[in-house]
Design a protein around this ligand. Structure first.
Ligand code: CAO
Length: 432
């Protein structure tokens, strides 16, 4: 005899009118006891409602967005096996077939099948608390379990669900994308981050990450874990360059053009790329060949209120310092006004990340793949330099070049920064 059983919302504490955020099964699906049927979310927690028994789903009585309380009918299941060990037998009651509109597959020679209202087993232990403060991945227990089974670290998965919730499909897409990465770029498995309710320790508030931060965060993370980075630090003596820059600055100030050290850096970097072509390259999809670029487009990291964006200045080799200064001001201004197009952020050969206007000395910039190197520039400062038997005050510019060690050896890395420092210390070379 088949028995159509009702699945009711089990005891979910004192919560009432709890929103269903996900329905995992539909009529016709075969479920095993303990399989998640749906996910509920309160303002404190998400919890799955598991099936109390194995069988075939005859009808789902609820949909995502509905609100339910304990005892609400959520599904009719044609039970085929034993109830789940954890089904709440004591409160399960067998009742005669109710006069509902439910089609219950009557069998002529046997008594009419009954629908048995059965509260689902207790909702699965809250996968994580959801204090208003949390910025951790937001997903139902079943999705967490699914991710765990596949070895996916949920904080890395971008949630497409409501309020950024990570869905089962997001996890699947994440795995597909990881498999599609060039050989050697994926496969990293790391332990899941500890889940901490910070509110337990004091007052906190939640601030959502901007869209740009979410996007760039995923790329930065990918690049950091998939590219073996080395960072070479060096200092360039820009005493003469600075004198020249100030002179130019005075001349062009009337035209509203501000010439910062970055315009010189752009030119100097291209000079170094021409000298060391392997830095102006990307690995191809097989990871076995270098694609050498014959053009010189340089990305510049721009700090905007929404996060970091990297517009690309084209054909820097064909432009003079004044034109570059003008373009730099124009493109960084537009970046801050969110007026940069996706196309303007593509096609870079190497990126410069200049923190010189802010401060600091050396840092470790993360390579902007598929580029193979990124130059970090910090604030110049006067330092005593030993020269011709005495100390001389010189203006030194800290350089931090991160490069992809699969492509560039340490010796080449330091040759690049040494050459770059030479060019910057004698900007007449830029005219050569
Ligand atoms: N040493 C000393 N002073 C410097 C300097 C340096 N290396 N670089 C710039 N300055 C000075 C400039 O000359 C300017 O001085 P004045 O105000 O007296 O004229 C001042 O600092 C401010 O410069 P700026 O930052 O406005 O201009 P910029 O051309 O140097 O930089 C831009 C433009 C868009 C790159 C910068 O504004 C920016 O957003 N930087 C942050 C990039 C970032 O966040 N990188 C981190 C990425 S994580 O890897």
């Amino acid at each position: 005899m088949t028995t159509i059983k009702q699945v009711l919302v089990p005891d979910i504490g004192n919560f009432k009118d709890v929103e269903i955020i996900e329905v995992m099964v539909k009529a016709g699906d075969t479920v095993k006891a303990e399989d998640a049927l749906l996910t509920l979310e309160t303002d404190k927690a998400t919890m799955d409602v598991p099936s109390p028994f194995s069988g075939v789903v005859k009808e789902m009585k609820v949909k995502a967005g509905d609100k339910v309380s304990e005892g609400a009918l959520v599904a009719l299941i044609e039970a085929s096996g034993e109830a789940a060990a954890s089904a709440i037998a004591p409160v399960a009651v067998t009742v005669p077939a109710p006069a509902t509109k439910t089609v219950l597959q009557p069998q002529p020679s046997t008594p009419a099948p009954a629908t048995v209202p059965t509260p689902a087993p207790p909702p699965r232990a809250t996968s994580r608390e959801l204090p208003a403060t949390s910025s951790l991945a937001h997903a139902s227990p079943s999705v967490r379990r699914f991710a765990r089974e596949l070895g996916v670290s949920l904080p890395q998965v971008r949630g497409s669900g409501e309020k950024g919730r990570v869905t089962r499909e997001d996890v699947q897409n994440f795995v597909k994308a990881a498999l599609a990465l060039p050989r050697g770029a994926g496969g990293l498995q790391v332990a899941e981050m500890p889940l901490v309710d910070f509110a337990k320790y004091g007052a906190v508030e939640s601030k959502p990450l901007s869209r740009i931060k979410k996007l760039s965060g995923a790329w930065l993370h990918r690049n950091w874990v998939s590219i073996p980075h080395i960072t070479q630090h060096d200092e360039a003596d820009i005493t003469e360059m600075e004198a020249f820059r100030k002179q130019l600055g005075t001349e062009y100030a009337a035209q509203g053009i501000k010439i910062t050290p970055l315009a010189f850096m752009l030119k100097a970097v291209v000079e170094a790329l021409q000298q060391f072509p392997d830095f102006n390259a990307s690995l191809d999809a097989s990871g076995e060949n270098l694609v050498l670029k014959k053009y010189f487009h340089i990305g510049v990291a721009v700090d905007t209120p929404e996060g970091l964006v990297v517009p690309v200045l084209r054909d820097v080799n064909q432009k003079g310092i004044v034109q570059l200064a003008r373009e730099l001001a124009e493109i960084s201004g537009r970046a801050r006004e969110k007026k940069i197009t996706a196309a303007e952020m593509q096609g870079g050969c190497l990126t410069i990340s200049s923190l010189g206007g802010i401060g600091g000395s050396f840092f470790t910039p993360i390579i902007n793949a598929p580029e193979v190197a990124i130059l970090g520039v910090s604030r110049s400062s006067m330092k005593p330099v030993w020269k011709d038997g005495k100390f001389e005050p010189r203006l030194l510019l800290p350089l931090s070049l991160s490069y992809d060690h699969r492509v560039i050896d340490g010796a080449a890395g330091v040759r690049f920064t040494t050459y770059l420092a030479q060019v910057l210390s004698d900007v007449r070379r830029l005219a050569l």
